[in-house]
Design a protein around this ligand. Structure first.
Ligand code: PHE
Length: 364
């Protein structure tokens, strides 16, 4: 068989094969098989060298023609198959917009932030406004203005971190990390005078560390100053708040006399609970759990802040945010709040769209 005849046979064979190829991949294999470096037609071309010059001319022209024809047929079939494959994908891969969203993990709101927002929302619905103060306080704001002069024994209960030197004041006054949020009472009374109704959440610091104490923790302070504010307002306000916050409409509460130098009278508030095998359950179960400190603002504190105690009086309270968050959300160890474990946050954290708003019904 001459080279031309051989080429024609290959062409017929190739044309049938490529018409039968039904994928672009199968077509690519055929291209390699006939036109590749070691392809059948390429091998024939190599044999042209064995012919005489005259024969090589006609055979070469014929072989080139076959090669071009097969190449063109391959290209045409390629376009057709590509179009078909694209159409098939368009039909099978269309997006179903009615499917639920994929569960991507957005950031979580830390339970402390969530609890702060809940507390703020509830008090906001009772007409309180937000106030804030610095974590690094003067000794005067943290202690002295609150009836705790330098040698007062009550300072012992709130041993804190004293800063070296006298900080920015330059007047020999000590600088401390605040031991409670009560200095915000002082700052707000000085700056805004009376009447006042404020809620102040924030970080506080004490020399304490175990499963229920962290050297840095959070408190929320409340202060109401007006011309006819009484202990009855204090009680009603705090009972309403705790019932709304814990979502227990009949949560029992009681007030025990207690001592804080900056209030008179002073009290500690307990709420009803049950203790069963190390588990704590809130509600009307006969047992009591201490939850916060409170009292009527001491007249000397009002004077220290430039408010006339003959005209104004009011109440204040302070409670641990970490503590009420642990109680509400069943978190056993205070230290876990500050370990930064993202798996913990996935479990105990809140979805961003669950941010509380001021729509709480305080009279649950
Ligand atoms: N500041 C007090 C504490 O940290 C709590 C408190 C606040 C008590 C306001 C009475 C009034 O223990």
């Amino acid at each position: 068989m001459s080279l031309q005849q051989h080429a024609e046979t290959l062409k017929t064979e190739a044309m049938a094969a490529l018409a039968a190829a039904d994928t672009t991949q199968a077509l690519q294999d055929l291209r390699v098989h006939y036109l590749g470096k070691k392809g059948a037609l390429t091998e024939l071309m190599k044999q042209l060298g064995t012919l005489s010059a005259e024969e090589r001319k006609t055979a070469g022209a014929a072989l080139n023609l076959v090669k071009d024809d097969v190449g063109a047929a391959l290209d045409a079939r390629q376009s057709a198959l590509e179009a078909a494959e694209l159409n098939a994908r368009l039909i099978t891969e269309k997006l179903d917009m009615t499917l639920p969203a994929q569960a991507v993990m957005p950031g979580r709101i830390h339970p402390i932030s969530q609890t702060m927002d809940e507390v703020i929302s509830i008090f906001a619905s009772m007409g309180f406004v937000l106030a804030e103060g610095p974590d690094v306080e003067t000794d005067w704001h943290n202690f002295t203005a609150l009836n705790m002069p330098p040698d007062h024994p009550a300072r012992q209960m709130q041993d804190t971190f004293y800063m070296p030197g006298d900080g920015a004041t330059g007047d020999g006054e000590k600088i401390v990390l605040r031991t409670h949020t009560s200095p915000v009472q002082v700052r707000t009374m000085q700056a805004q005078k009376a009447p006042l109704r404020i809620i102040c959440p924030g970080r506080v610091y004490r020399c304490d560390s175990d499963q229920t104490h962290s050297p840095m923790f959070h408190q929320v302070e409340g202060l109401v100053i007006d011309e006819a504010t009484t202990m009855a307002h204090l009680k009603g306000c705090l009972v309403d708040f705790l019932r709304a916050f814990f979502g227990i409409p009949d949560l029992p509460a009681r007030f025990r006399p207690s001592y804080f130098p900056f209030v008179e009278p002073g009290a500690e508030m307990d709420i009803g609970c049950a203790r069963q095998g190390g588990q704590l359950k809130l509600g009307n179960h006969g047992d009591w759990l201490e939850i916060l400190g409170c009292g009527m603002v001491h007249p000397d504190v009002l004077k220290n802040c430039g408010i006339d105690p003959e005209q104004y009086q009011g109440f204040a309270f302070g409670m641990g945010i970490d503590r009420i968050a642990m109680l509400k959300y069943g978190i056993p160890d205070i230290r876990s709040f500050f370990e930064g474990d993202t798996r913990w946050l996935q479990h105990y954290g809140f979805a961003p769209h669950l941010l509380p708003n001021a729509a709480f019904d305080v009279r649950v």
